[in-house]
Design a protein around this ligand. Structure first.
Ligand SMILES: Cc1cc2nc3c(=O)[nH]c(=O)nc-3n(C[C@H](O)[C@H](O)[C@H](O)COP(=O)(O)O)c2cc1C
Length: 357
């Protein structure tokens, strides 16, 4: 192998890998991408030196995400991770985004042939794929490492997305108010509450998807301004107990919006690629991110954010960044559940069947 050695604990054997082994290795990494409510709305098929990534419409949030925007952002994050996994093997991925207008769920075809040694930065990003966790709460009162925000902005720009810091106190308060308003409105909407409950498994559940109680705090942490998290536990007392070392005062962190100039499926996929690059880059510097998409799921609030806080660009994600000791743990389906050993690009059905609560 002329590039990098296989990361430890992955396939655990030296090259040469068969085409299917490369595909399995790539999918084993891609499943660790973030996805809305951990729906993992993706399926893969491998043929020769090519993987197809399809959105799994059975896992789309019909109430919260009727257009599939968040589903496509999630698939974009998986695509970036697949790309990175190929780089970790020293392959130069070739990506064809939305290659077939007749198959809108076919997100991308990813192929590999040429080789270029993996850079140290790519290796560092790849090293965070399984370590990174979504944070839900406040952050320590420490500044972000110097140069990090510039690196995050540069990473977003590579995917034609923009990371806009909401630094000014008034705008930050306005963004926090949008999150709070959305959260309150959504808690009063029985269809939304029921949909969220379907993706919030009980403690001890054997499910390999959804947001487990090991990934959110049992008691909401308060910050100023307040950016309320989703109500996954819904009054059932689920969630992680507070860490004894947690300081009493938490910061809301650095608030930001990830935006795109247009709002088509390709923009959503690119926002997802930018998102995963941002999250992994932050993670290499010991910085976690909290994600809030509640206000972007209500058309009128998304419009307000677009006009008041993002200069007319389309908001795709609300983020907060900061340092924190994390105890959160998440779950994923096995790679073999999303990559059949042989298969065609079937973008219409879900071979696993719909998820059971
Ligand atoms: C499009 C998108 C929207 C998300 N929205 C939220 C959100 O509003 N609140 C939240 O706590 N997490 C949100 N997340 C994070 C997911 O819940 C998280 O990625 C998933 O549970 C897997 O956990 P992990 O990121 O720790 O691996 C979002 C992720 C994506 C990709």
């Amino acid at each position: 192998m002329d590039a990098v050695p296989l990361p430890e604990g992955e396939l655990g054997r030296p090259e040469p890998l068969t085409e299917y082994e490369v595909a399995s290795y790539v999918v084993a990494a891609a499943v660790w991408a973030p996805s809305v409510h951990n729906t993992q709305p993706w399926r893969f098929t491998a043929r020769g030196q090519q993987i197809s990534l399809c959105a799994d419409a059975e896992r789309q949030l019909r109430v919260a995400d009727p257009d599939g925007r968040e589903m496509m952002i999630s698939c974009g994050a998986a695509l970036f991770t697949a790309r990175l996994a190929l780089r970790s093997l020293g392959y130069l991925p070739e990506i064809c985004l939305l290659p077939d207008p007749g198959q809108p769920l076919l997100v991308a075809r990813v192929s590999w042939q040429r080789r270029v040694a993996c850079s140290e930065f790519e290796q560092q990003l790849f090293g965070q794929v399984r370590q990174r966790r979504t944070h839900r709460g406040g952050f320590d009162l420490v500044p972000l490492p110097p140069g990090l925000l510039a690196a995050l902005r540069e990473g977003a720009a590579r995917y034609r997305a923009m990371l806009r810091l909401i630094a000014d106190d008034g705008r930050r308060a306005a963004l926090a108010a949008a999150v709070e308003t959305a959260e309150q409105e959504q808690q009063l909407d029985s269809e939304r509450v029921a949909e969220l409950a379907r993706w919030a498994p009980a403690p001890g559940s054997a499910r390999a998807d959804g947001v487990p109680p090991t990934s959110y705090p049992a008691r909401a942490e308060h910050t100023d301004p307040e950016f309320p998290g989703r109500d996954f536990a819904h009054g059932r007392g689920w969630g992680l107990p507070p860490l004894s070392s947690a300081p009493p005062f938490r910061s809301a962190g650095v608030a930001a919006l990830l935006t795109t100039a247009r709002d088509r499926p390709a923009d959503w996929i690119n926002a997802g690629q930018a998102l995963q690059r941002i999250l992994l880059t932050a993670s290499t510097r010991g910085i976690a991110a909290a994600l809030h998409t509640q206000p972007l799921e209500l058309g009128w609030l998304r419009d307000v954010i677009q006009t008041r806080l993002s200069d007319g660009a389309y908001p795709q994600m609300v983020l907060r960044f900061g340092a924190v000791i994390q105890a959160a743990a998440s779950v994923r389906r096995l790679p073999e559940d999303v990559l059949p050993e042989s298969g065609s690009e079937d973008t219409t059905r879900n071979p696993q069947g719909p998820p059971t609560p």
